[in-house]
Design a protein around this ligand. Structure first.
Ligand code: AR6
Length: 172
């Protein structure tokens, strides 16, 4: 499996699956989540509503992942995961790690070969970039050792600062 970095917009990626930094409600929001629903169109929200009505009546728990159609996006699937809100009093890094591992597990189940991740939890959820980048890269590298159909994990970073944080994490 290759880990690659791109500076850009995740909604424009031609990959099998894009990962969404969602919230438990699965009903959309700002940041990556807002962009994915806007560009992907109503089919995504429709499947999210169905998931809430069936598997996740109380919402998708933090650290877990679930797939829907990608609607009008160039990707085939959106894998929604809920990152932890950063806390200075509690270590929630296992939950951020879990987002990456679970999203890859779902990708594997779908047969996805290329998967794009945003910098989960580093926007509205306030996780410091350098720390989030280390956790994300480490989680994906560990998952790499298990049998997986995923050939490329592409981190798609919105700005230069995020790109550089992931670049350092990859080099470390
Ligand atoms: N492509 C790639 N990266 C992006 C894009 C984009 N189109 N837009 C923003 N980013 P955030 P979180 C970057 O806030 O912190 C939502 O309201 C952004 O610069 O999207 O996990 C959800 O509904 C940042 O580095 O996700 C939840 O309520 C990173 O993506 C909550 O925000 C993540 O920022 C989740 O917060």
């Amino acid at each position: 499996m290759h880990i690659t970095l791109v500076q850009g917009d995740i909604t424009e990626q031609r990959v099998d699956a894009v990962v969404n930094a969602a919230n438990s409600s699965l009903m959309g929001g700002g940041g990556v989540d807002g962009a994915i629903h806007r560009r992907g169109g109503p089919a995504i929200l429709e499947e999210c509503r169905a998931l809430r009505a069936s598997r996740y009546p109380d919402g998708l728990p933090t650290g877990q992942a679930v797939a829907t159609t990608a609607g009008d996006l160039p990707a085939r699937w959106v894998i929604h995961t809920v990152g932890p809100i950063h806390s200075t009093s509690e270590d929630r890094s296992h939950l951020l790690r879990s987002c990456h591992v679970e999203a890859l597990r779902v990708a594997d189940g779908l047969g996805a070969r290329t998967v794009a991740f945003p910098a989960i939890s580093t926007g509205v959820y306030g996780w410091p970039l350098d720390s989030a980048a280390r956790i994300a890269v480490d989680a994906v590298r560990r998952a790499e050792t298990s049998v997986t159909s995923v050939e490329e994990v592409r981190f798609v970073l919105f700005d230069r600062k995020a790109y550089e944080a992931f670049e350092s994490a990859l080099a470390g």
